[in-house]
Design a protein around this ligand. Structure first.
Ligand SMILES: *Cc1c(COP(=O)(O)O)cnc(C)c1O
Length: 396
């Protein structure tokens, strides 16, 4: 798929007249009860309830069906399940494919709440988790046991940003009949095509770039033929459903995803290169830069980047970081990302989050999300931040 085709797809995806009723956008269709005039109509809806037919609100309305079509058109797979947040998409995808006594393989750089879910919920249910080094590649084979059922990837990883060799990991996993799941949030549905790289279920925290405006929580999981029925029906039984108002906003966000990501990427590269040249910086962990682990896989497999990356400093302490972050003009502190606004946070002990492989980082880490502000304003903000940072250090 060339650039032009992708941008066109973003505009047309999901805009079937069945759902839009000739409007440009699908109306917000709110429903619990769907009413039928005859036994035959009701039976027809019941027989087709899993296949985008109005049946009962929990199965979705035309607003949801349009968004599901759009996600499949962009990310791939045969179907897309919707969840009230990205975390629900992750936990439901895993729960749909494990039973007591199973074992799963989880990437060590995974989003922290996913790790907590494994340690606090799966463990209680008798499902064991082994964390693996994100860069393990073929070596994943040695960790697979007879009772291993799921291989979970997140690429790039949260905070530390390692890009994984997805095709290799998926190939080895499939030799052992595992289900391969990927948290594809960083790439969004357009910059990494999971199903072309061997993934069975691809998860999005739509909260981030799909919604893109920091005003909705939403999750999606697209699946291939092998996994779709089981994912959809298990999630349905666990009561997962979403508001059509939120879906409408996600659809609106989706239409500008292409142009937003181009701008986020361009600005983030400028900031990342500026940071790389700073004397306080040890190295930059931006998938599009060579200093990021797995950069070669990014080059090989991704169609583009975005605004989220990390930087490792070579000095610093709590007081200096606090002086830097407290005084920012354009960057706010916040745990999310993917909106139009710039964000920054500091992590002084990244190893506390890792168990498979501790890394020897030179100093604290900053995680930045570069928003759509003027990039030179952002650089000036960071420059002033480093002045406050150094003033504290020089004083100690
Ligand atoms: C934010 C995030 C999630 C969780 O999404 P929520 O909608 O906040 O539940 C999952 N994975 C990644 C990589 C994220 O950044």
């Amino acid at each position: 798929m060339g650039k032009k085709q992708l941008d066109t797809k973003i505009i047309t995806a999901g805009r079937d007249k069945k759902w839009t009723q000739q409007l440009v956008n699908p109306p917000v269709s709110r429903a619990s009860t769907v009413v039928f005039d005859s036994v035959a109509e009701m039976n027809h809806a019941t027989a087709n309830r899993a296949n985008k037919t109005l049946f009962y609100g929990r199965r979705g309305t035309n607003t949801h069906f349009a968004f599901q079509d759009a996600m499949v058109a962009l990310e791939g797979g045969v179907g897309c399940a919707l969840y009230p947040c990205g975390t629900a998409a992750i936990t439901n995808a895993i729960l749909s494919f494990v039973k007591a006594g199973d074992h799963i393989l989880m990437v060590d750089g995974v989003y922290e709440p996913t790790r907590d879910f494994c340690d606090k919920i799966l463990d209680k249910m008798g499902v064991e988790t082994t964390y693996y080094d994100p860069m393990i590649g073929e070596g994943i084979r040695d960790l697979i046991r007879p009772n291993t059922t799921v291989l979970f990837l997140e690429s790039p990883c949260s905070i530390t940003m390692e890009v994984q060799d997805v095709p290799t990991l998926a190939r080895v996993a499939h030799e052992h009949d595992l289900v391969v799941m990927l948290d594809n949030t960083w790439a969004s549905p357009i910059h990494f095509q999971p199903f072309e790289h061997g993934v069975d279920i691809s998860i999005q925290a739509a909260t981030k770039y799909i919604v893109g405006h920091s005003d909705v929580m939403l999750g999606t999981a697209t699946a291939n033929e092998r996994c779709w029925d089981q994912l959809r029906e298990s999630s349905y039984l666990m009561g997962q459903c979403t508001s059509p108002d939120d879906i409408y906003l996600a659809m609106r966000g989706l239409r500008t995803l292409g142009v937003r990501l181009k701008q986020h990427e361009q600005s983030s590269l400028k900031v990342a290169q500026w940071l790389a040249a700073r004397e306080e910086v040890d190295h930059v962990r931006h998938p599009a830069m060579e200093t990021c682990e797995g950069h070669a896989f990014f080059q090989r497999d991704f169609k583009g980047g975005n605004g989220l990356f990390s930087v490792v400093l070579n000095r610093g302490n709590t007081e200096a970081l606090t002086a830097m972050l407290d005084g920012m003009e354009h960057f706010s502190m916040g745990y999310s990302w993917g909106g139009f606004e710039s964000l920054i946070l500091a992590n002084e002990n990244i190893n506390a989050l890792r168990t498979a492989k501790k890394k020897d980082f030179a100093g604290p880490m900053l995680r930045l999300h570069i928003g759509l502000e003027d990039v030179d304003d952002l650089i000036r903000d960071l420059e002033a931040g480093f002045e406050r940072f150094n003033a504290v250090l020089n004083h100690q």
